[in-house]
Design a protein around this ligand. Structure first.
Ligand SMILES: Cc1cc2nc3c(=O)[nH]c(=O)nc-3n(C[C@H](O)[C@H](O)[C@H](O)COP(=O)(O)O)c2cc1C
Length: 184
């Protein structure tokens, strides 16, 4: 039942990942799932940059450098974490959004469609037993210096993936009744 999978989906963070590599075929499956997200006017605005191997380490060094250069009172601990987290991941997929050049849609619709693609990825990972989460550090605004981006393309964060050991905790949510008005 899809509801069980939806409820089972959790954010699984780099500290929880083990060393088992992510198979390329699994990354391809996740990307294929992303590609079936709904989108308005067929703009298919999601764009992804898949980072594995050395590129993950380079990403960590880049983010740490940008943090040190741009934050008023940088903390050594945070800078170290920015280097360590990407190393722990099996793969990191930069989540990008390509605004339709004709701007036929408001930007939020393109971000919404990209977010739906991410949910597809996250659920696909859940089913495959791969840990994942969406990381959205403010440092993403510098990502056009890390890889080539098209005009109108924006980085919205990183989709971290990693195998993990053990069980995940159940999630918690406030009741849906508190968020719904029925108009009969
Ligand atoms: C758009 C978006 C951005 C997020 N950014 C971060 C982030 O930067 N750091 C983080 O720890 N979690 C981030 N998360 C994950 C949330 O913390 C997580 O989904 C929430 O705590 C609920 O936990 P669950 O995913 O296990 O249900 C993000 C989630 C979304 C949807």
């Amino acid at each position: 039942m899809i509801l069980d999978l939806i409820r089972k989906r959790r954010s699984v963070f780099p500290a929880q990942y083990n060393d088992k590599p992510i198979a390329k075929a699994d990354i391809e499956k996740v990307l294929e799932a992303a590609n079936w997200a709904p989108n308005h006017k067929k703009t298919e605005p999601w764009r992804f940059k898949v980072m594995t191997g050395e590129t993950k380490e380079k990403l960590g060094l880049f983010l740490s450098l940008k943090y040190m250069e741009n934050v008023a009172d940088p903390k050594q601990m945070k800078a170290k974490k920015l280097i360590e987290n990407p190393k722990m991941a099996g793969a990191i997929i930069a989540i990008c959004m390509q605004r339709d050049p004709k701007e036929s849609l408001p930007e939020w619709e393109e971000i919404a469609a990209t977010s739906m693609a991410v949910q597809n990825m996250w659920l696909c990972c859940t089913e495959m037993g791969i840990g994942s989460y969406w990381s959205s550090p403010p440092l993403v605004k510098f990502m056009d210096e890390f890889f080539e981006m098209e005009p109108g393309e924006k980085c919205l964060g990183f989709f971290y993936m990693g195998h993990f050991d053990g069980e995940l905790p159940e999630g918690t949510r406030e009741p849906i009744e508190d968020k719904v008005v029925w108009a009969d």
